[in-house]
Design a protein around this ligand. Structure first.
Ligand code: HXC
Length: 257
């Protein structure tokens, strides 16, 4: 069964979790397929990736509770590591990622969305970390990424209470960047992805690396990371062409790198 689909057009990839019988819940097979699809993405061709869920109802309704229910401590830790490794691969993918959250994004589904660079939501989206209601903690990075994205106070309120929130509250607390009517979500995600894909790829990729790596270190080290990446852009054809075009008051050539 193919649970993870990937298509690409005009430099924009779309990755779809497709397991409708379980609201796209993540069992180990789905996670392994996600891993393989991430490995297969050619970041020289694909300049932005949209991550979404198949169907109208769910982005991803979490890790698969049926599969998790009988795990031993060691098996649970291994399952958590499997998901963490793959979500980290997604988070550090060479090109920007946009989660198009089309419905329930609970537990591992919310964690999947938080592993993307940007989150756009449909008005029907629901976010939450229901794990403490199942006797567990979040296990695919939710305690860490949610605290970083929306601040520790709000993250603790949501994680300790296991309270789900709808799209407007997710927007208000900064968990998502925009909310659209369900029927417009993919078009809006594609529009943003197309705009990103239309910018200089080496520069966009360097921005992602600068922001992600810089957030892990103190400000002195962070600005050094930016200096290195800023400098590296000056080896690209795109930098030379775009700056020459500006100075010659003409439109720049399409970006190539
Ligand atoms: C397994 C799931 C599932 C899940 C839904 N299904 N979520 N199966 N794992 N996380 C299955 C249901 O069992 C059902 O199968 C089918 O999908 C449709 O779901 P319903 O519950 O009938 O739909 P609905 O009544 O509309 O409710 C939707 C829902 C609910 C509110 C999203 O499904 C729900 O609460 N799901 C669980 C959400 C959750 O707790 N997620 C966090 C999991 S823990 P059948 O066969 O009956 O039709 C987690 C930990 C991550 O994610 C870290 C791990 C290391």
């Amino acid at each position: 069964m193919a649970y993870v689909e990937f298509t690409a057009k005009d430099h924009v990839g779309t990755l779809t979790i497709n397991r409708p019988e379980a609201l796209n819940a993540l069992n180990d097979e789905v996670i392994r397929q996600l891993d393989a699809v991430l490995d297969s993405i050619d970041c020289a061709q694909v300049r932005c990736v949209i991550v979404t869920g198949a169907g109208q109802k769910a982005f991803v309704a979490g890790a698969d509770i049926a599969q998790m229910s009988a795990l031993s401590k060691e098996e649970a830790q291994a399952f958590g590591k499997l998901g963490n490794d793959v979500f980290r691969k997604l988070e550090t993918l060479g090109v920007p990622t946009i989660a198009a959250v089309n419905g329930f994004a609970l537990g591992g589904g919310c964690e999947l969305a938080m592993s993307c660079d940007i989150r756009l939501a449909s008005e029907a989206a629901v976010f939450g970390q229901p794990e403490v209601g199942l006797g567990i903690t979040p296990g695919f990075g939710g305690t860490q990424r949610m605290a970083r994205l929306i601040g520790p106070g709000k993250a603790k309120e949501l994680i300790y209470s296991a309270r789900n929130i709808k799209a407007p509250e997710a927007l208000a607390c900064g968990l998502v960047q925009a909310v659209y009517p369900a029927e417009e979500l993919m078009a809006q995600a594609e529009k943003l992805a197309g705009r990103i894909a239309g910018n200089a790829p080496i520069a966009v990729r360097a921005c992602k690396k600068a922001i992600n790596d810089g957030l892990q270190v103190d400000m002195d080290q962070a600005v050094e990371i930016e200096e290195q990446l800023f400098g590296s852009c000056f080896q690209s054809e795109d930098q030379k062409n775009a700056m020459a075009a500006f100075l010659e008051k003409r439109k720049h050539d399409p970006f190539i790198n």
